[in-house]
Design a binder for this molecule. Structure first.
Ligand SMILES: CC(C)(COP(=O)(O)OP(=O)(O)OC[C@H]1O[C@@H](n2cnc3c(N)ncnc32)[C@H](O)[C@@H]1OP(=O)(O)O)[C@@H](O)C(=O)NCCC(=O)NCCS
Length: 172
């Protein structure tokens, strides 16, 4: 089973390989990171870790068992007042088998027990059917807020996490 791990310095090569291998796949549904992202990756990775150390965000990678290959990224940003915004992306070859859904459910437990979060927010473009499907299946509800994501119309979502270790167990 792939393992969800908090982002560390030694994840850098595997994260870069993941972003390279899936660049075209991601760019089909979310904004491309741009060439600079790839050429300046080491500094960018270090900056993320420094930001994470402040508690303002929690970054995670989904790592394949045995190989150390990164299969996905699940990030919580803008952490404040028990709330954070969720962003996620999965390697193309790992899609279509419920891995994003399963990992987000796992992340909920981490949010409750480790990060002390009670609400997660998310945004998805109206055209991003896979993302919207994952958000709905994991219990996110549309907030009614209209958002524009790099020129595309989209929706805002929120998910109440409940309180306590077992809250929501067995649910989305
Ligand atoms: C969105 C993403 C994480 C989904 O990963 P995943 O592991 O395939 O997700 P799941 O298998 O848990 O669920 C995907 C759902 O979307 C559906 N889906 C997948 N691709 C689809 C597509 N191109 N069009 C319509 N539906 C699609 C699947 O059928 C599934 O729904 P179902 O089980 O009801 O049939 C992945 O496609 C991805 O990383 N995309 C690019 C980055 C991105 O869009 N991130 C989200 C930003 S808000």
């Amino acid at each position: 089973m792939p393992e969800l791990q908090r982002l560390r310095p030694d994840h850098a090569p595997a994260v870069l390989a993941f972003e390279h291998a899936n660049r075209a796949f991601f760019a089909a549904s979310i904004p491309d990171r741009g060439d600079d992202y790839f050429t300046r990756f080491p500094a960018r990775h270090a900056a993320l870790l420094a930001e994470q150390a402040t508690g303002a965000c929690h970054f995670h990678v989904l790592v394949a068992e045995g190989t150390g290959e990164v299969l996905g990224r699940f990030n919580l940003v803008d952490v404040a007042d028990g709330s954070a915004e969720l962003g996620f992306r999965l390697a193309e070859k790992a899609t279509g088998r419920g891995l994003a859904t399963k990992t987000i459910r796992q992340l909920f437990q981490l949010c409750r027990t480790t990060y002390g979060l009670t609400t997660l927010r998310a945004r998805a473009a109206n055209t991003n059917t896979a993302s919207r499907s994952v958000l709905t299946r994991t219990g996110f509800v549309e907030t009614g807020e209209d958002v524009v994501l790099n020129g595309k119309r989209g929706a805002g979502y929120a998910r109440e996490l409940g309180v306590g270790v077992g809250a929501g167990a067995g649910q989305a």
